[in-house]
Design a protein. Structure first.
Lengths: 296, 386, 322
C-alpha cells in the first residue's frame, strides 16, 4: 500500500467517523425530542393553551399564563442581556488585546460557570431584597440576563475573531472610521455566529428553572405587571412534575413541547429574516431590463 | 454609450458596494419590538393585563412545604371563584425551609411547613401555627411477586438501618405468613433532598427504635446508610417503580395516584393498619394541641393510641404572624382581613370538603376549635380582626 | 464620494471621525466592565452569605467528607469528587462527539441536510433539564443497566473504576446524560467556528493535494481551535452547574466512592436538593458550596486554557487572513 492509498483510507475512515458521531449523538437527541412530542401532544388543545394554571390537575386547567410569562421573561432578559453581551464581545475582540481585555474575557468565562441557582440568589439579593421590588417579573428577567451575557459575549467574540483581517483592513484603508468598520463591516460578516449565539442563549434561558424560583416566584393568575410575580413554563413543568397528579404530569410534557415549539419558531423566524438578499439576481435582472429597454 | 461600457459600469457599481446586506440586523430588532408590542397590546385588549390591577382585588402569597401544595392550590382556586375573583392566593411550594425563610423576611403573607418551628423561633418572630390538614407517610415497595406486605416499626427501622438486608429475612417472613418472599437484596430508596416527609418518617423510626434514634435521629435530612436517594416525593415514587426489590417512604397521595403498593403497619395498639384518610384522622383524634402561639416544637401524632390509628401520620402547618402589621410587612388592612377570611374558609367544612378527593384527611373537630381560637387572636395594629 | 442616493456603500459619511471612535470605544468598554462588576458582586455576596460557614469550618470544609444537617457538620469533599467525575465523563464523551458532529455539519453534510440537522441540534439546547432527567430515568437507564453496565463490569470490573453492581443510578449514568445535554451547545458553537473559517484556507490546503480529512485537520480545525475551545467552556459551564437531570440519575449518596457504578452526588445537585429546606448554618454551608463549585470550575477553566494556550499561540488572535 503506498502513501496515497493510506491517505485515502484515512480520509474515508475519518468521514465515516464523523458520520458515526452524528448518528450516535443524534439517536438520544432525536429520541428525546420524539418523547416530548409523543407525550406532550395529547395534552395540547385550545383550552390547554389559553387557561391559566391552577395546580390541582382538574379539568379546565392549562398553561396560558405560563406561556405569556415565559415570553415576557425572555423578552425583558434579551433586552438587557443581548446588548450587554454583544457589546462586551465586540470590546474584547476589537479593543481587547490589553490586560483589561484579557481580564474581561476571563471574568466572562467565570460568569459562565456560575451555577444558575447562585445567579438567582444574586438577583434576589439585588432586586427582590435590596431594591425592595419583591418577587417580580423584572427580577426574574435580570437573573436570566446574567446567564445570557457570557454565552452571547463568548460567541460574539469568536464570531468577530473569525472575520478575515483583510475586510477590516480594507475598510480602514479606505478611510472608514473604526466604529463604522466594526458596526457595518465586522458585525455584518459575523452575523451568523452572533445570531446563533443569541438564539442559543435564548433557548437556554427559556428552559431555566432554578433562577426563577427566587425571583419571579409564580402566579396562577393572568397578571403580567413587571413588579409582580409571574408564571413561567419551566416552573410550571417543575411544579407539575413534583405533584402526585398524572394529569399534571401530562401537562408538564405538553408544556415542554410548547417551550420547544416557541424556541423553534423563534429560530425559524430569525433565520428567515436573515436570509441574504439575492443581490446577484437583482443585478442580472437589472442588466436584462436595461438591455431590453434599450433601442438596438 | 456602447453596450460594453454600460455593462462595465454596472459591474463596477456592484463591485463598489461592500457586502452589505441591507440592514438585516435592524430588521430583526424591529421585528422583535413589533412582536412584543403586539403581544402586550393584545394582552391589554383582552383584559388579561391591567396596570396596577383592579382596586378591588387582593393578592396573597404563600410559600413552603410541597406536601399540602395541591390542596392549598385547590383552595386558592375555589376561593377565587367564591369571592367573585376578588381574592387571589398564590402558593409556590419550594420547601418548608424556604417558606420559613421567606416569611421571616416578610416576602410572603403565609408559609407552609411540615415540621413545627422551635419554641425560640416562634416567640422571637411572633409566628403562630395553624394545622390545616393531615397527611400520612406510607412505606411503598416494588417486589414483583408480592402484592401485600405487613411490617412493624422495629423491623422497618432495621431495614432502613441495613441490619436487615434481604427480603426473606426471618424478621419479615414472621410478620407475613403465607407470603413467599424472594431472597433478593433490599434496595432502600430515600429522599436526597431535605424534606418534611423525611422528618415525619425518621421521627417515627426514632420513636420506635432507640438504636435508630441514637445513630441517626429525627431530621429533615438523614444520613441513611447504603441507600439510593431521589429528589422529591415524585422522584422517590418513580425510582421505586423502576427499581425491582426496592422499598421507600412517600406521601400517601403519591402512592395512590401512581398505583404503587404500600405496606400495612402495626400501630400502637398492635393492629395492622392500612394508611387511608380515616386511619389518618384517627391518629389525630386524641392528641391535645397547644394554643396557636404556644410551643409546637414537640407536637407529633406518630404512633398514637387508637384501634384504627395509622402510626405515621402528621399535621402540616400554616404559619402567619400574630400581629399582621409588623415591621417590614407591606400588608394593608384589607389584605389582612382577606387572609384571615381565607384561612377561616379553608379550615371549616367549605374548604376541608375538598380534601378527600385529593387524598388529604379532614381535620377533627377538636383541632378546628383550636384553630378558630388562634385566628380569633390575630391582630392588625393591635385590633382583633375576627 | 457622490453616487447613487440609495446608500449601499459604507463609504458614506465623513472619512475621519475621531469623535465617533472615542465615544464608541469608551461606551463599549463601559459595558464590558459590567461583566466584571457582576462577577465581583456575585463573589462578594456569596462570601458574605457564606461567612458563618467559613468561620465554623475553615479549610476543613473542603477536606471534610461528612455532610450531616442533623449535627450541623458540613464538608464538601464527596461533592467536589462527584462533580469532577461526572463532568469529566461528560466532557470525555461529549466533546469528541460534538466536534465530530460539527465537522460533519460544516464540511461533509450535503446542503439539504445541513440546515435541518443544525436546527435540530440547536433546538435541543432548549429542552428543560427535568425532561432530560425523566427521559434518562425511563429510556436511558434501562439501556445502561441492561447492556452497558454489565458489559463494562465484565471487561473492566477488576478496576476500581467499574467495581460493584448497580441499579443504574450512579455517576456513570449522570455523566452520560450530562454528555448528551452539552452536545447541542458545543456542537453548534463549534460548527459556527468551523463554518467561519475562510474558504481560502481550505482551498490552499486542497491545492496542495490534501485529502478532505487532512484539509479539515490542518486548515479548519487549527483555525477554529479557539472557537471550539470557547464552545467547550460553555459546555463545561452547563455540565458543572446542572441540577435536575443529575439529581434524577446520580443516586444522591453523599459518600466518596471511586467506582463509577456507585451512586454519588455533585455540588450543584446537592445545593438544589437541600436549598428549599435549609436554614441558618446549613444555608450558609450551601452557599459556601456554591463558592467552592465556582472555584473548582474556575480552576478547571484556567488549567484548560493553559494547556490549550500553548497550541493556540500558533493561531493569530485576530483571524489573520490571506
Amino acid at each position: 500500500m503506498n502513501i496515497y492509498e493510506r491517505r485515502r483510507i484515512k480520509n474515508t475512515l475519518a468521514s465515516g467517523l464523523a458520520l458515526a458521531c452524528v448518528v450516535l449523538a443524534l439517536i438520544p437527541l432525536v429520541y428525546i425530542l420524539a418523547e416530548v412530542v409523543i407525550k406532550g401532544a395529547p395534552a395540547l388543545s385550545w383550552e390547554f393553551l389559553t387557561s391559566r394554571t391552577v395546580g390541582t390537575g382538574e379539568p379546565g386547567e392549562g398553561i396560558g399564563n405560563a406561556i405569556v410569562g415565559t415570553l415576557l421573561l425572555v423578552f425583558y432578559a434579551g433586552l438587557i442581556g443581548l446588548p450587554v453581551g454583544i457589546l462586551t464581545g465586540i470590546y474584547v475582540s476589537e479593543y481587547g488585546n490589553n490586560r483589561f481585555g484579557t481580564t474581561v474575557r476571563f471574568f466572562n468565562d467565570v460568569l459562565a460557570n456560575f451555577p444558575s441557582i447562585v445567579v438567582g440568589l444574586l438577583a434576589y439579593a439585588l432586586v427582590v431584597a435590596y431594591l425592595d421590588v419583591g418577587f417580580s417579573l423584572i427580577a426574574g428577567a435580570f437573573a436570566l440576563a446574567i446567564i445570557m451575557i457570557p454565552i452571547v459575549a463568548n460567541t460574539t467574540e469568536e464570531a468577530l475573531r473569525m472575520v478575515p483581517n483583510s475586510l477590516r483592513e480594507g475598510a480602514l484603508a479606505l478611510g472608514v472610521p473604526r466604529w463604522r468598520t466594526v458596526l457595518k463591516v465586522m458585525l455584518t460578516n459575523a452575523r451568523s455566529g452572533i445570531v446563533t449565539g443569541s438564539l442559543l442563549s435564548i433557548a437556554r434561558i427559556a428552559g431555566e428553572t432554578a433562577p426563577l424560583l427566587l425571583t419571579a416566584f409564580y402566579s396562577s393568575y393572568w397578571s403580567f405587571s413587571p413588579t409582580e410575580p409571574v408564571a413561567s413554563l419551566p416552573l410550571t413543568i417543575f411544579r407539575n412534575y413534583n405533584s402526585p397528579s398524572d394529569v399534571l404530569l401530562e401537562q408538564a410534557w405538553g408544556a415542554s413541547l410548547v417551550l420547544i415549539l416557541i424556541v423553534l419558531s423563534l429560530n425559524i423566524g430569525v433565520r428567515i429574516l436573515m436570509r441574504p438578499r439575492k443581490r446577484k439576481h437583482k443585478a442580472v435582472k437589472r442588466r436584462w431590463m436595461t438591455r431590453l429597454s434599450r433601442k438596438t | 454609450m456602447s453596450e460594453l461600457d454600460l455593462e462595465k459600469k454596472e459591474m463596477n457599481e456592484e463591485r463598489i458596494a461592500m457586502p452589505h446586506r441591507g440592514g438585516g440586523t435592524w430588521k430583526i430588532v424591529l421585528a422583535a419590538i413589533v412582536a412584543a408590542a403586539i403581544l402586550i397590546a393584545g394582552a391589554f385588549a383582552t383584559g388579561l393585563l391591567s396596570i396596577g390591577g383592579d382596586e378591588e382585588s387582593v393578592t396573597l402569597t404563600g410559600a413552603g412545604a410541597t406536601f399540602p401544595m395541591p390542596l392549598i392550590l385547590k383552595w386558592a382556586d375555589e376561593y377565587y371563584n367564591e369571592t367573585d375573583q376578588s381574592v387571589k392566593v398564590d402558593y409556590a411550594g419550594g420547601g418548608s425551609g424556604a417558606g420559613i425563610t421567606q416569611i421571616k423576611d416578610n416576602n410572603v403573607d403565609f408559609a407552609g411547613t411540615d415540621a413545627p418551628l422551635s419554641a425560640a423561633d416562634s416567640t422571637t418572630y411572633g409566628l403562630v401555627h395553624i394545622p390545616e390538614t393531615l397527611g400520612a407517610v406510607v412505606v411503598a415497595f416494588n417486589e414483583p411477586t408480592v402484592s401485600s406486605l405487613k411490617l412493624d416499626g422495629s423491623t422497618l427501622a432495621r431495614i432502613f438501618m441495613k441490619n436487615i438486608t434481604a427480603w426473606d429475612d426471618p424478621e419479615i417472613t414472621v410478620l407475613n405468613p403465607g407470603v413467599t418472599l424472594p431472597s433478593e437484596q433490599i434496595t432502600t430508596i430515600v429522599r436526597s433532598d431535605s424534606s418534611g416527609t423525611t422528618f415525619v418518617f425518621s421521627g417515627y423510626l426514632a420513636k420506635i427504635s432507640s438504636e435508630f434514634d441514637e445513630l441517626y435521629g429525627q431530621g429533615k435530612s438523614v444520613s441513611w446508610p447504603d441507600a439510593i436517594g431521589a429528589s422529591g416525593n415524585s422522584g422517590v415514587t418513580q425510582t421505586i417503580k423502576t427499581t425491582a426489590h426496592s422499598i421507600g417512604y412517600i406521601e400517601l397521595s403519591y402512592a395512590i395516584e401512581n398505583d404503587v403498593p404500600f405496606a400495612q403497619l402495626e400501630n400502637h395498639d398492635g393492629n395492622f393498619v392500612t394508611a387511608s384518610l380515616e386511619t389518618t384522622s384517627a391518629a389525630a383524634a386524641s392528641f391535645t394541641l397547644p394554643a396557636g402561639d404556644g410551643d409546637w416544637s414537640g407536637v407529633n401524632i406518630l404512633d398514637q393510641p387508637g384501634a384504627n390509628a395509622y402510626p405515621i401520620a402528621s399535621f402540616t402547618y400554616i404559619l402567619v404572624y400574630k400581629e399582621l402589621h409588623n415591621d417590614g410587612s407591606s400588608m394593608n388592612k384589607t389584605a389582612a382581613q382577606a387572609l384571615l377570611d381565607f384561612l377561616w374558609w379553608c379550615l371549616h367544612e367549605d374548604g376541608q370538603a375538598y380534601g378527600p378527593d385529593l387524598h388529604y384527611a379532614e381535620l377533627p373537630a377538636s383541632v378546628v376549635a383550636i384553630n378558630e381560637a388562634t385566628l380569633n387572636s390575630i391582630t392588625y395594629d393591635g385590633e382583633v380582626l375576627r | 464620494m457622490r453616487g447613487n442616493e440609495k446608500g449601499t456603500s459604507v463609504l458614506r459619511g465623513k472619512p475621519l471621525s475621531f469623535g465617533g471612535d472615542l465615544v464608541f470605544r469608551y461606551s463599549v468598554m463601559v459595558v464590558a466592565t459590567l461583566t466584571l462588576a457582576l462577577v465581583w458582586l456575585l463573589v462578594i455576596m456569596m462570601v458574605i452569605d457564606a461567612s458563618s460557614s467559613i468561620d465554623t469550618f475553615g479549610l476543613g470544609f473542603v477536606t471534610g467528607d461528612v455532610w450531616d444537617p442533623n449535627r450541623d457538620v458540613y464538608g464538601a469533599l464527596p461533592f467536589i469528587f462527584g462533580t469532577l467525575l461526572t463532568t469529566g465523563i461528560a466532557l470525555i464523551i461529549g466533546v469528541p462527539l460534538s466536534i465530530g458532529i460539527a465537522v460533519y455539519l460544516s464540511e461533509l453534510a450535503p446542503p439539504y441536510l445541513r440546515g435541518p440537522l443544525s436546527f435540530v441540534v440547536e433546538l435541543l439546547a432548549a429542552v428543560p433539564s427535568v425532561i432530560y432527567g425523566l427521559w434518562a430515568m425511563y429510556a436511558l437507564r434501562p439501556v445502561i443497566v441492561g447492556t452497558v453496565e454489565p458489559f463494562l463490569s465484565d471487561i473492566l470490573g477488576w478496576t476500581p473504576l467499574f467495581a460493584g453492581d448497580s441499579v443504574g443510578l450512579d455517576k456513570f449514568t449522570a455523566g452520560i446524560i450530562l454528555a448528551i445535554m452539552i452536545i447541542p451547545t458545543i456542537a453548534s458553537v463549534s460548527k459556527e467556528a468551523m463554518m467561519a473559517v475562510p474558504d481560502s484556507q481550505r482551498e490552499a490546503a486542497l491545492s496542495l493535494g490534501a485529502t478532505r480529512y487532512e484539509t479539515t485537520r490542518m486548515a479548519v480545525l487549527t483555525y477554529a481551535r479557539s472557537g471550539i475551545f470557547g464552545a467547550t467552556i460553555l459546555g463545561l459551564g452547563r455540565a458543572v452547574g446542572e441540577t435536575m437531570a443529575v439529581a434524577m440519575t446520580i443516586g444522591n449518596a453523599n459518600v466518596i466512592s471511586w467506582s463509577l457504578l456507585d451512586p454519588g452526588q455533585t455540588m450543584a445537585s446537592l445545593i438544589a436538593n437541600n436549598w428549599g429546606e435549609a436554614q441558618d448554618l446549613q444555608l450558609s454551608a450551601l452557599i459556601e458550596m456554591g463558592l467552592v463549585l465556582f472555584v473548582v470550575a474556575l480552576v478547571v477553566n484556567v488549567f484548560a486554557r493553559l494547556m490549550v494556550g500553548r497550541f493556540m499561540k500558533a493561531v493569530p488572535s485576530t483571524g489573520g487572513g490571506l
